[in-house]
Design a protein around this ligand. Structure first.
Ligand code: SF4
Ligand code: MG
Length: 332
């Protein structure tokens, strides 16, 4: 059976223009050949520092942004190139939850209007039926249906994000894309919202594409994890395996910069391996894009881009150091 979502060789380049004639002088290679699948009922994590192209992937998958090239197949149908009218039918089957919980809620609208808006837009329910459905959705995300006539500012950040999730679930989607959906919340509230997402997945059979910069958060929810760096996937594997035995120096660095709780109740940042900042995607480094920051870089890394090596245990690693243990190279 075909996976719910299959993304192949997805590319997004933004032109950089100059002067009055807006001549294209370069391009920002935000996403540069990304492939992955999300199975039915599966959670796939996409992790990397900000500026690595994760949000652009999220927007291409949900068709808020048109890809430069590549394929997005949803439930067996190619979405790229579909006309607006054809796409409408699919729009009720996937939704995105953003980082800022208030951004998807119009501050001037009562909750019943915001959460009910997709129901009206997709001609699912209006009037009393819409109110009933919004009440159900509020209960589903652990909020009181008595509050549907309130305004967004009357809710805390955690509650507002639950409302954002309720809105995303209104049309009964198969796939929910969460783009840093818990990143702006306090750690304790984060845990509550993550647990809510798990519960909703069990009850509704949802698939998630779960995007975050914090590997710990991603690991908690995900079955498989894709690590992204400067527009490319550099490592793939089961969530537990990636944390215990990272197969790419960039994943090492991400784990190194993760805050771990200490016995005294505080947080400690373990070793940080990667030097400096993510370079600009308008001028990605030659060879392995991670080489200017990689503590293990050697001569080959500066000139040759590593292929995605297939390793044991459903792992992929795009690092020259893995060539010796590779069982092959990912085709395509
Ligand atoms: Fe580091 Fe070289 Fe591996 Fe890139 S290919 S991650 S620079 S060791
Ligand atoms: Mg982002």
């Amino acid at each position: 059976r075909e996976p719910l979502l299959a993304v192949t060789d997805l590319v997004k380049h933004y032109p950089i223009t100059k002067g009055l004639l807006r001549r294209t002088v370069a391009s920002v290679r935000a996403v540069d050949g990304v492939s992955f699948t999300v199975g039915r009922g599966e959670t796939v994590g996409l992790v990397g520092e900000s500026g690595c192209g994760k949000s652009t992937v999220a927007k291409m998958v949900t068709r808020l942004v048109q890809p430069t090239s590549g394929s997005v197949r949803f439930a067996g149908t190619e979405l790229t190139g579909l006309r607006a009218r054809e796409l409408r039918e699919f729009r009720r089957r996937f939704h995105i939850v953003f980082q800022d919980p208030y951004s998807s809620l119009d501050p001037r609208l009562r909750i019943v209007e915001s959460v009910g808006e997709p129901l009206v837009a997709h001609r699912i329910a209006t009037g009393a039926a819409k109110r009933r459905r919004v009440c159900e959705l509020m209960e589903l995300v652990g909020l009181s249906p008595a509050h549907i006539d309130r305004y967004p500012h009357q809710f805390s950040g955690g509650q507002a994000q639950r409302i954002g999730i309720a809105r995303a679930l209104a049309t009964g989607p198969d796939l929910v894309v969460c783009d840093e959906a818990v990143s702006s919340l306090d750690v304790s509230i984060q845990a509550q919202v993550l647990n809510l997402l798990k519960k909703l997945q069990r009850e509704l059979g949802l698939s998630y594409l779960f995007i975050a910069h914090d590997l710990n958060v991603v690991r908690y929810l995900s079955d498989r994890v894709f690590v992204m760096y400067l527009g490319r996937i550099v490592e793939v594997g089961p969530a537990a395996g990636i944390m215990q035995r990272p197969a790419h120096p960039y994943t090492d660095a991400l784990i190194g910069s993760v805050a771990t709780p200490t016995s005294s109740g505080g947080f400690r940042r373990s070793r940080v391996v990667a030097r400096g900042e993510v370079p600009s995607p308008s001028r990605p480094p030659p060879g392995c894009r991670f080489h200017p920051r990689c503590p293990e870089a050697f001569d080959l890394c500066r000139v040759q881009q590593p292929p995605a090596y297939r390793l044991t245990g459903d792992r992929l690693s795009a690092c020259h150091l893995r060539a010796g243990e590779a069982e092959g190279v990912r085709d395509g």
